[in-house]
Design a protein around this ligand. Sequence first.
Ligand code: GNR
Ligand code: NI
Length: 174
Amino acid sequence: MTIRKILVEPDKFLRQKSKPVDIVDKDLQTLMDDMLETMYNAPGIGLAAIQVGVPKRVIVIDLSRDGEEKSPMYFVNPEIVSSSNNDATYEEGCLSVPGQFAEIDRPDKCHLKFLDYNGNKKELKAEGLLATCIQHEIDHLEGILFIDYLSKLKKTMIIKKLSKQKKSIERIVV
Ligand code: GNR
Ligand code: NI
């Protein structure tokens, strides 16, 4: 398994729409293994393939806590079949928006169809943090980041801060 580089906003690549997967083969499983290792290393609770520069509709999630047994979940071509009329608010962060956190409202439950690690069709009814995380990751597949839900002013401030950080890192590298 390999730790891959996580793209950071502002990056046009993060804004593209990811393409459905045709078949779950060994190469795709390698991608999912690498995504999981990259996510654990970060650390984060979810990761979409586009965050490591691969525009495919693939997500990994693990909500287990420190010291608990790991419980990785893999979602290929996830589709939300239906979602709740009630919202829940969670403080969200994103590995592609480092150091920034904001409270975001999303439907508190969602019913999902997807393919698993072996390409088998699955369905899942998610709630709580899992429902929030799945929706955050599916947004990535559409090129959407959580900061898109903030006011224009807050979003602009965050993007300015991130691009300054990026430039200063570039200077150190050069
Ligand atoms: O690590 C992550 N934590 C998190 C917290 C609240 C809602 C969503 C998330 S996902 C995020 C990792 C990430 O950027 N996934 O795309
Ligand atoms: Ni994210």
